[in-house]
Ligand binder design. Structure first.
Ligand SMILES: Cc1ncc(COP(=O)(O)O)c(C=O)c1O
Length: 414
């Protein structure tokens, strides 16, 4: 056990081959997990084995390795379902990523159910993945988008929630900000949306890798997330939705896999979830995502959450101590209210310049708008530098960030 967090981080670090490499002659300090996480050996091995030993297309062949590939693919769905507490595996639709999961809802459920004048409620925290699909639909259908504003420390300002939800058909909301870390009270918002008669989509892209997520307890309608942020491979994500809702929705993409029958006159759709999985799916990536679930479950999501919270608390305090008012820290001041993403900005130094200088010290942080331009506009800035944590980060990484920032600050000689 580490002295600083409930995780044995040294042992976890040994599971991530990339952490053994050096960058610019320095130890790699990877602080960009909110963008995409690194992958443990167990995920790489599971994918390698799938390609080497039982690779074939799924759901079609009756020969042995095709059956093995299908079993591994569907077992991965079962693991993902169990991880987020879906009632059954068929409530998990495999997609390319959270962006595609949200677009699936926009192109199917929303186009079948929303008409001119209908209202969708979003928040100023949202990632573009949970903004642009609704702008496209709003322009096409003549919908109204309403926005939940933020408090001064970038929590949702719920003062006017009832008025915003009045007459709304959909609340589409993040569970955790990828920019400022804010944890959103999903059950409270779901209850308010339900009382107003609205459906709820939760963007859980940041939440699923960091906090225990129970989609059934959340009682939302749709939950979207990506494998690559939760220690799994790129190219696969998931949409959870209640089975009855998926049954009632029209299909998304058309092609193989998603049909029951096709004639020259038309087609009928497959059962859920395959009705929404047209074409050859990301078979080996699904296996990798399942292995990532196994890895996170072996650690325990309560321990992961406490680790992220404690490391965020430590880093916020270290940044405040070292830089005081010269460094603007965004998001809720208390680590209890936030996940492991810390956005900051030095007075008079551009976010990108900071990230370039700390890279010379081996520290990987992201600079930019983080695909959240509405939030940047509210903050009145074009960009922040963001450090974000995964299960493999520890206090030494936070210290390396602070030391690298000291160098950046003196380089730009404030
Ligand atoms: C909160 C949030 N939503 C959605 C996305 C989009 O995820 P993806 O690029 O995997 O589709 C991200 C990615 O950064 C995110 O942080």
């Amino acid at each position: 056990m580490s002295a600083t967090t409930p995780l044995d981080v040294a042992r976890i670090q040994a599971d991530f081959p990339i952490l053994k490499r050096q960058v610019n002659g320095k130890r790699l300090v990877y602080l960009d997990s909110a963008s995409s996480s690194q992958k443990p050996q167990a995920v790489l091995d599971a994918m390698d084995r799938a390609y080497r030993e039982s690779y074939a297309n799924v759901h079609r062949g009756v020969y042995t390795i095709a059956e093995e590939a299908t079993a591994a693919f569907e077992a991965a769905r079962g693991k993902v379902a169990g991880f987020v507490h879906a009632r059954e595996p068929r409530e998990i639709v495999f997609t390319r990523n959270a962006t595609e999961s949200i677009n699936l809802v926009a192109y199917t459920w929303a186009r079948a159910n929303l008409k001119a004048g209908d209202v969708i409620v979003l928040s100023h925290l949202e990632h573009h993945a949970n903004v642009v699909p609704w702008h496209i639909l709003a322009a096409e259908r003549g919908l109204e988008l309403r926005w939940i504003p933020l408090t001064a420390d970038q929590r949702l300002d719920l003062t006017d929630l009832d008025r915003l939800l009045n007459g709304a058909k959909l609340l589409a909301i993040t569970a955790m900000s990828n920019v400022v870390g804010t944890i959103v009270d999903v059950p409270l918002l779901v209850a308010a949306a339900r009382a107003a008669g609205a459906h709820v989509l939760v963007d859980a892209c940041q939440a699923v890798p960091q906090i225990p997520v129970d989609v059934t307890a959340w009682n939302a309608d749709f939950v979207a997330f990506s494998s690559h942020k939760m220690l799994g491979p790129t190219g696969i994500g998931a949409l959870w939705a209640r089975a009855e809702l998926l049954e009632a929705m029209p299909p998304f993409l058309g092609g193989g896999e998603m049909i029951r029958d096709v004639t020259t006159e038309g087609f009928s759709t497959n059962d859920i979830p395959w009705k929404f999985e047209a074409g050859t799916p990301a078979i080996v990536e699904a296996v990798g995502m399942g292995a990532a679930v196994d890895y996170l479950q072996a650690i325990g999501m309560d321990a992961v959450r406490e680790h992220e919270r404690a490391l965020t608390e430590y880093t916020l305090a270290a940044l405040r101590d070292r830089f005081g008012d010269r460094l603007h820290l965004y998001g809720p001041p208390n680590a209890d209210d936030r996940g492991g993403a810390i956005s900051f900005l030095f007075d008079g130094i551009h976010a990108h310049d900071v990230s370039q200088v700390v890279d010379e010290e081996g520290v990987c942080v992201r600079a930019g708008h983080h695909c959240a331009k509405p939030l940047m506009r509210v903050l009145g800035i074009p960009a922040t530098t963001r450090a974000s944590f995964g299960v493999y980060n520890d206090r030494a990484d936070a210290d390396a960030l602070v030391d690298a920032l000291v160098k950046a600050e003196s380089f730009f000689s404030i």
